[in-house]
Design a protein around this ligand. Structure first.
Ligand code: SDX
Length: 427
């Protein structure tokens, strides 16, 4: 076997360094040996957006972007979407294994016993205006949980970490539903611990009228939560890891992750897709819209991905769920525009040459709208699904002896030293 090392020669000086290769990576700190002057800081790597930088070692989620593969703890997303439940997937992500029957029953009961929210949190949620964006409310909600639960600062205590995880999983749907109905001027519906996780969420949202939650819609919601549950080191998870690396409590870290997810380039894309489809308005307008995309006037939201250079496996499952939901709700006419838009784009070299395919956000909003959710709440639904993934990544970070506080360096291109100017010397 050839040496598992990389030899680098600095042609400025002829200096060479030999760095160990582990998991097809090299330790960036090893480059600091390369200097021109002895008192130089030493060489670094420059990687805006971290396109080629491994920030951690993880055992939670595996994504192969070229092959369109996504696995949670080794289990293919297609099998989990077909056979599992969201709380079972949350257990899998947090503990690393699918639970046996009795453990699953206990786990479900433990989460569903923590669905009540604090009266103080309700008072906070009531202060938001009817037009406040639900993601801004969600950031505030999870940030407030940091203030409500000071024991969450015990980030090095495994039992405390689990307690915060259960609190977040249990309370988030209730807080989201409470805020949503408050903005509509409607009375809140208390959580019902006897219901399933997604059934209870739809029950509290009151989207199924006064009747029972339709099992088709509850299952669709559960599967959509499963599809969003984790995705390795995406923008919001990296934000979470950055914040948590300072030993900040998990609620502050996840509030930061929600902030990152809000962006239209990330979790906010599902809302942006619906607005884009509504703006296109008809399949006959698709060619003109794609011309605007190719002229870089607009982006084709819900398309493209930093990792997937093939079809996002989640998008295929979401597309299938859409038609199952339409069996129960009215068909969302925007699906026809979305399907035609996808087909036309995937025959256009502009998108094919850039390996741009539909991602998880392209079809999900169409389902959410058919289920009765307002567009603004779509990113919140993404966050509800991603909560167990954020928690699993946080727990892994807190147990990783190799991790330190995140503190990247920079390439300084600013002014050299210069003396202070008095007022009459300026201008
Ligand atoms: C999520 O990372 C994750 O795992 C995220 C996520 C998760 O589960 O956590 O999967 C969830 O965030 C999915 C992505 C949702 N965002 C969108 O749908 C917004 C639209 N997509 C893009 O803005 C873009 O594709 C990103 C942000 C998703 C990825 O951006 P990159 O990797 O930085 O790609 P890029 O901007 O460098 O694009 C490469 C080329 C460029 O063209 P050139 O300059 O080379 O000619 O592709 C073009 C881009 O202009 N391009 C697009 C495009 N996405 C990329 N052109 C038109 N429409 C698009 N959507």
């Amino acid at each position: 076997m050839s040496e598992q090392t990389l030899t680098i020669t600095d042609n400025r000086t002829g200096q060479t360094v030999e760095l160990p290769i582990e998991h097809d990576t090299i330790p960036a700190i090893g480059l600091r040996q390369l200097k021109v002057q002895a008192d130089d800081f030493g060489m670094m790597v420059y990687d805006p957006g971290y396109t080629n930088t491994a920030s951690c070692k993880s055992r939670v989620t595996f994504v192969d972007g070229d092959r369109g593969i996504l696995r949670y703890r080794g289990y293919p997303i297609e099998q989990l979407a077909e056979k599992s439940t969201f709380l079972e997937v949350a257990h899998l992500l947090l503990f690393g294994e699918l639970p046996e029957a009795s453990k699953l029953t206990d786990w479900n009961a433990r989460v569903m016993a923590q669905t009540e929210i604090d009266q103080g949190l309700k008072a906070l949620l009531k202060t938001f205006r009817a037009d406040a964006h639900p993601m801004g409310i969600l950031v505030s909600t999870v940030g407030a949980m940091s203030a409500l639960y000071p024991d969450s600062k015990q980030v090095h205590d495994g039992q405390s970490r689990l307690q915060q995880a259960v609190r977040l999983l249990g309370q988030l749907p209730t807080a989201v539903a409470f805020a949503y109905r408050n903005q509509l001027g409607l009375p809140s519906t208390d959580p019902d611990g006897a219901l399933g996780y997604s059934d209870n969420f739809l029950h509290m949202m009151g989207l199924s009228g006064d009747g029972e939650v339709d099992p088709v819609l509850a299952r669709a919601m559960d599967v959509l939560f499963i599809l969003h549950a984790d995705h390795e080191q995406n923008c919001s998870t990296s934000a979470l890891r950055n914040i948590a690396s300072s030993d900040a409590d998990p609620f502050c870290a996840i509030a930061g992750a929600i902030g990152a997810l809000y962006g239209p380039l990330h979790g906010g894309a599902n809302e942006a897709v619906l607005r884009m489809l509504a703006e296109i308005g008809s399949t006959k307008n698709i060619p003109a819209f794609l011309d605007k995309v190719k002229n870089r006037e607009v982006r084709l939201m819900g398309f493209g991905h930093r990792v997937y250079k093939n079809y996002d496996p989640r998008a295929q499952i979401v597309k299938k769920i859409a038609y199952e939901v339409f069996e129960v709700t009215d068909t969302n006419p925007l699906i026809d525009i979305a399907v035609e838009l996808e087909g036309t784009a995937l025959e256009d070299d502009y998108f094919v040459s850039r390996r741009l395919y539909p991602n998880v956000d392209f079809y999900s909003g169409i389902i959410y709208q058919a289920m009765g959710f307002p567009v603004e709440i779509f990113p919140v639904l993404f966050a509800l699904g991603r909560a167990p993934g954020w928690l699993a990544q946080w727990m892994e970070l807190m147990s990783d002896a190799e991790q330190r506080i995140a503190r990247p360096r920079q390439i300084y291109l600013g002014e050299a030293e210069r003396p202070y100017l008095s007022m009459d010397e300026r201008g």
